[in-house]
Design a binder for this molecule. Structure first.
Ligand SMILES: NC(=O)c1ccc[n+]([C@@H]2O[C@H](COP(=O)([O-])OP(=O)(O)OC[C@H]3O[C@@H](n4cnc5c(N)ncnc54)[C@H](OP(=O)(O)O)[C@@H]3O)[C@@H](O)[C@H]2O)c1
Length: 272
């Protein structure tokens, strides 16, 4: 059965490393001595991250790549293998939060979230699993969200994409564990990053991004399937999801301001 990998097994690949959680995970891994291949679209931000890693025990190697480009993701794995060594650890974190006002539902507004959050992860999984299968060892963490636990206002696309990721991670855990690849899912609550800075609603138990990165990297050293934090918030959501659906939806409607047909709650714009 699969065990957590260590830096002796090879290099780490973090997607969505140009800001927020991915950036801090890359920095924490490099502080721990890992060689980290950091990818995202904004190469300038990644180059800055590589400069920051100069004083750390490990190093960060920037590579530009859009997760919606399947060939680009395959090429990143080939370059990792050729230039840096075995691909041991993947943190597939790239994601977008694009809120949708369901009263004006649009398939065109829905699709980009799935292109990045779900198909983007599949584009990374294909070459990563192919490589790790040959090695007979590896570890892959998918960054989903507690939003995937159940329906929340404005999250028809985002929440559905994260629910799909949680389900995907469960399936991969079942199938890949016997061939030595450990699969985990990361379900953060509210984390203070560029993606959440313009949220117009209160964010209970908001956690800093470096603290979230510490929880993730510490959890990667375990075989736990789900890494979720801050637990005082995410466990409360788990309990909420044990309620009968009718009660749960009524409660969510009430606490988020969607129970009064005469008020129009603010729909966040999303910024990533
Ligand atoms: N912040 C939270 O409260 C929270 C809670 C639960 C889950 N999450 C999840 O955590 C992950 C990171 O979120 P964050 O809050 O750190 O957001 P963020 O600061 O906006 O970072 C998102 C990262 O994803 C990258 N990205 C977006 N589209 C991409 C694409 N097409 N190809 C490659 N990279 C792409 C961005 O880089 P470029 O723009 O440079 O490409 C950026 O590095 C996401 O999956 C998010 O859903 C966040």
């Amino acid at each position: 059965m699969a065990d957590p990998v260590s830096k002796k097994d090879g290099v780490a690949w973090v997607t969505g490393a140009s800001s927020g959680i991915g950036r801090d995970v890359a920095l924490r891994l490099a502080s721990d001595g890992w060689t980290v291949v950091a990818t995202a679209r904004r190469i300038g931000e990644l180059a800055e991250l590589a400069r920051l890693s100069k004083d750390l025990a490990g190093e960060i190697k920037p590579l530009a790549g859009d997760v919606t480009d399947k060939e680009a993701m395959a090429s990143i794995v080939r370059r990792i293998n050729h230039d840096h060594g075995s691909l041991a650890l993947c943190v597939f974190n790239a994601g977008v939060f694009l809120p949708i006002d369901a009263r004006k539902f649009s398939a065109d507004a829905f699709r980009p979230t799935f292109d990045v959050n779900l198909v983007g992860v599949a584009n990374c999984l294909e070459p990563a699993i192919a490589r790790m299968s040959v090695l007979g060892r590896g570890q892959i963490a998918l960054v989903a969200s507690v939003t995937g636990y159940g329906g929340l206002p404005t999250s028809s696309a985002y929440g559905a994409s994260k629910a799909a990721l949680i389900n995907l991670a469960e399936t991969l855990r079942i199938e890949l564990d016997p061939i030595g690849i450990l699969v985990q899912v990361v379900n953060p609550g509210f984390i203070d990053t560029p993606a959440t800075k313009n949220n117009p609603f209160p964010m209970p138990a908001l956690m800093s991004s470096p603290d979230a990165a510490d929880r993730i990297v510490d959890g990667l050293q375990s075989k736990k399937f789900e890494l979720t934090f801050p637990r005082r918030f995410t466990y409360a959501l788990k309990v909420l999801n044990l309620l009968p659906t009718r009660w749960r939806l009524a409660l969510v409607r009430k606490v988020t301001g969607w129970s009064d047909p005469h008020t129009t709650p603010v729909v966040p714009t999303g910024d990533s």
